[in-house]
Design a protein around this ligand. Structure first.
Ligand code: GLA
Ligand code: ZN
Length: 705
């Protein structure tokens, strides 16, 4: 069943409106009328659910659930742990986190708590246990969202005394003895040799750059701390509510928590889809694909932006069709649920300027109109979505530890992933008419936090070729092509996984800066790409780190670049030394002109392409246009720029093709065979017209796709 609905805060309406709880009935009626079947509640309501230590008051939430259920709405309950109640923070002021600069956060908003504080852990378990017991059998309650956006508001890493002590124990467990730790971190550098565990600091603000091994372990530890906090909730909910699902709302390409590990034990992941500055439709698509790849399973959008937000730079109004287009884009990439944030704009509190489906005065917004239309369309579409999912023969690998290694030592500051240098001030809503600008961002850095991973993803997206984005430890045998655009750090298991994939006949593309770092964040003692050199048949002689205004250019072997594309290189250029590999492209500029930039090594039926430079989507378009036909991988449909095609396929071969016009102009797609639009029932023989922001869903048999 497709889950469609909104995030609702009934407690706020009973406190703020004169009509109080009486308003709930009207809200529930309007939700049901819009075709909603699911509502998320209570994820910040700890202070209301446990007004004093161990005195629980579920009465108001019971009434809300009962009322919603009587209107046919099911409920996902949030565990309220992101917002510890004032009585708890007053009794234990050291629950709040300490920043890297050593300042303790003041209490009083949300996400301020430290994952390693024993009292916070204990009280969190108590409230989750009480809720789980109370709601295990409640009609209408179908599942749980743990907490809310772990890591949000810069809360992934804390430097408090509890974290200090837990970090030391974690290190002791991991290394066993201090010699091993000193060796792994290379502490003889700057004489950082530790003789007792108690000498090891949390890597807070320091005079000079920190030891990269120390930092990487602290990043791992911080991610593990939230994972452990999370697992405790998952286990409690599983034990007490065996009939319910458990999920968490992730934040897309958020870099600081290892989402593969954080999500272990969930039934599926959910994420919150907001379009801040610079988020293009292709990047949003890549985010959906990454979220699906976390557990390699369909997902939900737990918070879908329904109008303007309040936390970006200018927070523009969203244009007509925004909500409908973004909802179908999510669906096309495997969302089995979409809930809008939020039902009604808040009258009080921190997010007063955040829109809802109803405005502050209770009037329906454009967002609600579009949601109602989707509610209608789902009557026909939802049964057809059952059991379908996106499928792909290409996987892109995204590795959190490589991202952390890059955060720790970007080398070229334009590659910093924590603070994008280019803060964009534009209306992102339906903007895709700027291909050159996008290409440019890839070459100068700062487009988007995860951008080093994205050039091949955007190229595939533009070509309507489906991909998955998964962990480098995932089972790769189901893919024909694997692309690891940024595998800076290579763990032994990853090297083995890639070797097995190539040995099995797979095609592997590796990007620049691959195989530089070992698991301890040290340089390998072999030439780059370290343990992958046998696969690449080439090594990196040296690299150049480019200023934003310095570009290089690739000269491809003519058989590769048949379209004659110009492919610029920016930010990073490695000069490759082939040792058996053939050269696919060389640099044309500067003192290393003529030397190899892209190589290819065959391994029986398998092959490894090493791309030693950073480029934009055009570089990968060149490669894919040459490589994909040879692998018999085809686009889902040919479209025009800005018209996205994605698909879900059922086990019976039924395939639903989503056609999404992200441009501000009417578009026409040429059809190779007549098609029916499942949303309108209209038949189209040769041409498929699309209004700006328009969506069509076509059904085809998989083999003909
Ligand atoms: C986040 C949170 C919500 C709300 C929205 C506003 O994603 O999960 O509680 O703050 O942002 O956009
Ligand atoms: Zn802490």
């Amino acid at each position: 069943m497709f889950r469609f609905g909104c995030d609702y805060y009934p407690e706020q309406w009973s406190q703020w409106l004169a009509e109080g709880e009486a308003r709930w009935e009207e809200d529930a009626r309007l939700m049901a009328e819009a075709g909603f079947n699911t509502v998320r509640l209570a994820e910040f309501a700890w202070a209301l659910l446990e007004p004093e230590p161990d005195r629980f008051d579920f009465t108001w939430l019971d009434r809300a659930i009962h009322l919603l259920h009587s209107h046919g709405l099911d409920v996902v309950l949030g565990t309220p742990t992101p917002a510890p109640p004032p009585w708890l923070l007053a009794a234990h002021p050291d629950i709040t986190q300490v920043t890297a600069a050593g300042r303790r956060l003041a209490p009083g908003t949300r996400r301020e708590a430290c994952a390693n504080h024993p009292v916070y852990q204990e009280r969190s378990q108590a409230v989750v246990t009480a809720m789980a017991r109370h709601y295990a059998e409640t009609p209408g309650v179908i599942g749980w969202q743990t907490d809310n956006e772990f890591g949000c508001h810069d809360s992934a890493r804390c430097y408090c005394p509890h974290c200090q002590a837990t970090f030391r124990r974690w290190l002791e467990e991991r290394y066993g003895d201090l010699d091993a730790l000193n060796r792994a971190w290379g502490t003889s550098f700057w004489g950082e040799i530790y003789r007792t565990w108690d000498e090891i600091p949390v890597p807070a603000l320091s005079a000079a750059e920190r030891n990269p091994g120390h930092l990487l372990d602290f990043y791992r530890f911080s991610s593990w701390s939230w994972q452990r906090f999370h697992q405790a909730q998952i286990e409690t909910l599983r034990r007490l509510c065996p009939g319910h699902f458990v999920t968490h709302n992730l934040m897309g390409f958020f870099p600081e928590l290892n989402y593969y590990e954080l999500s272990r034990g969930l039934d599926f992941v959910a994420w919150d889809n907001y379009h801040y500055h610079g988020a293009t439709p292709g990047m949003v698509a890549a985010t959906h694909i990454h979220m699906r790849g976390i557990l390699e399973r369909n997902f939900w959008v737990m918070e879908q932006q329904a109008g303007q937000i309040n936390w970006s730079v200018t927070n523009p109004a969203t244009p007509p069709n925004f909500v409908r287009l973004k909802t179908y884009q999510a669906m096309g990439h495997g969302a089995d649920g979409v809930l809008y944030f939020r039902w009604r704009q808040a009258l009080a509190g921190s997010e007063q300027y955040h829109s809802g489906l109803l405005d502050h005065a209770g009037r329906p917004t454009q967002g609600l109109e579009e949601a109602r239309q989707i509610g209608q369309e789902l009557q026909r579409l939802a049964p057809l979505l059952e059991g379908t999912e996106p499928t792909a023969r290409i996987a892109i690998l995204l590795d959190y530890e490589s991202r952390w290694a890059l955060q720790i030592q970007p080398h070229n500051q334009l590659l910093r992933t924590d603070h994008p240098p280019d803060f964009r001030l534009e209306n992102p809503a339906l903007a895709v008419d700027r291909e050159d600008e996008l290409e440019d961002q890839f070459l100068t850095g700062g487009a988007f936090e995860a951008w080093p991973f994205l050039a091949p993803a955007i190229a595939l997206w533009e070509a309507n070729v489906p991909m998955a984005i998964v962990s480098p430890e995932a089972d790769l045998s189901r893919y024909d092509l694997v692309c690891a655009p940024f595998l800076n750090l290579v763990r032994p298991a990853v090297a083995e996984n890639l070797a097995a994939f190539v040995e099995g006949g797979g095609a592997l593309i590796l990007g620049p800066r691959t195989g530089v770092k070992d698991s301890a964040n040290r340089l390998f003692s072999q030439p780059q790409p370290g343990p992958l050199a046998a696969l690449t048949g080439a090594t990196v002689a040296f690299f150049d780190s480019l200023e934003p205004d310095r570009r290089n250019e690739l000269r491809w072997e003519p058989h590769v670049n048949r379209m004659g594309r110009e492919t610029a290189v920016g930010l990073w250029a490695e000069v490759l030394e082939p040792a058996g590999a053939e050269v696919l492209a060389s640099y044309t500029q500067g003192w290393y002109a003529g030397r190899a930039a892209v190589t290819r090594q065959e391994h029986g039926p398998g092959q490894v392409i090493y791309v030693g430079c950073m480029g934009g989507p055009r570089l990968y378009h060149t490669l894919f246009e040459w490589l994909l036909p040879a692998l018999d991988i085809r686009p889902l449909l040919i479209s025009v720029p800005g018209v996205e095609i994605c698909a879900r396929t059922g086990p019976d071969g039924r395939r639903l093709i989503f056609v999404l016009n992200h441009t501000r102009h009417p578009q026409i797609l040429a059809l190779s065979a007549p098609k029916v639009d499942l949303l309108t029932g209209q038949h189209f023989t040769q041409n498929l017209p699309l209004q700006p922001g328009d969506v069509r869903v076509l059904q085809v048999a998989a083999e003909r796709a």
